[in-house]
Design a binder for this molecule. Sequence first.
Ligand code: NAD
Length: 451
Amino acid sequence: MKENELTDTSSTNIKEKENISRKGFLSMTGKYVAIGAMGNLVATSGKDRVLAQTVKKPVSPATMVPYKQEDQIVLEKWKSEYDQQSAPVPMPLPPDQRIGYAIVGLGHLSLEEIIPAIHTCKKSKLAALVSGTPDKMKKVAAQYGVKPENCYSYETYDQIKNNQEVDVIYIVLPNGMHKEYTVRGAKAGKHILCEKPMANTSEECREMIDACNKANVKLMIAYRIQYQPHNRKLRELLQKKEFGPAKFVEAANCQSSANPDHWRHKKKLAGGGALPDIGLYCLNTTRFILGEEPTEIFAYQYSTPGNPLFTEVEEFISWQMRFPSGVIASCATNYNVHESRRYRVHCERGWLNMDKAYAYKGQDLTTAKANGKLELHENIGMAENNQFAAEIDHFSECILKNTKPFTPGEEGLQDHLLMEAIYQSAREGKPVKINAAVKVAEHRGPEPEIG
Ligand code: NAD
């Protein structure tokens, strides 16, 4: 079934059913799905008949959740106009209308960032956990109020299809496991949010996109920087050409590691070394802020001989990307360098610099602009957001409104095609032309609302 067929029928019904609870609505939806699947049209009214004919197979029911937020609460103002005004009062959806997430893999990212972030979300809630370590899962479930019956092992994972409280599966496993858990999750009829890098290879990315299309579920890749206010502001300034056209970009994302037994240093589980793990941020963010796709790549690769960390995956990659506008981006990533995450865009009449560009917080946007004989420097102070909460709520919004994600599977596929070209160039010692680039802009959904 095509997505727009579903949109048509569900949007009609969302309007009509605004007044009923989500649970009631989902149970009605379940009945219609059953009727459609049997091919017996027992509904009486004309509108019901259309729904029964159109919905032929089970879909994750969240695409039909009624969506209605109360009017914004506005409080009396008291601050002077010279100070920043308070942010709007947060307007979370009532819990029974929020999208339920199952988190798969309870490692650093899940426990330190994602699960705490979900509790600050406005449209999303934690519904289930999947882990191979029962004791840890029991503790986390108790801490965050997840019911014991909503805790799954990797073996019982597929049973999630019977859990109506789960709308989305968020995959936070080693990269080499993303494809399997996406395909199994899609078969369970759940929408998929998958951590970056999307997989180990572009071939795996295509399989993931196909599986989600076939199951008629949404797929989003968790590119948190695209939901981060400072990086979005820099992109907007570039789009407005306030500094003249961009000419070149420098970008670096580096950190150090010390455990050769960790999955990040095993090719099968990680896909590669510094490049897919952290260099990906230079690649993806440069594409995002410039709004164009590279046509040619040239790369160097190096690993210190004898270092046990780098027997299977690379330590260092440096590459250049040429864009259709003439911009060249010079990027580097290293797994054996003190933490350093920054980029600078050099433009005709100034530059824009982002320190801590790819970090979880602390982004620092400074600019310099030519002004006659002067150079004006500015530090653009902006409120920070929780990037994880922003990206998770964006995906929930897509499900509630049945729209495409801003960072769909095709965005992840594009990065993998480009990373494969980077490795090829480093191997062959010559530039690689990019012929097979995906037209990502065609796959993107609406711009996210970043509150
Ligand atoms: P981690 O090692 O801390 O956690 C991985 C989890 O997977 C652990 O709970 C581990 O028990 C489980 N696991 C299941 N099978 C495993 C196996 N065969 N080998 C190893 N672990 C196994 O890793 P992490 O840092 O949480 O990274 C998880 C994913 O999140 C990766 O894809 C990574 O690239 C991504 N990530 C994204 C960001 C971001 O900012 N968006 C940051 C860090 C990590």
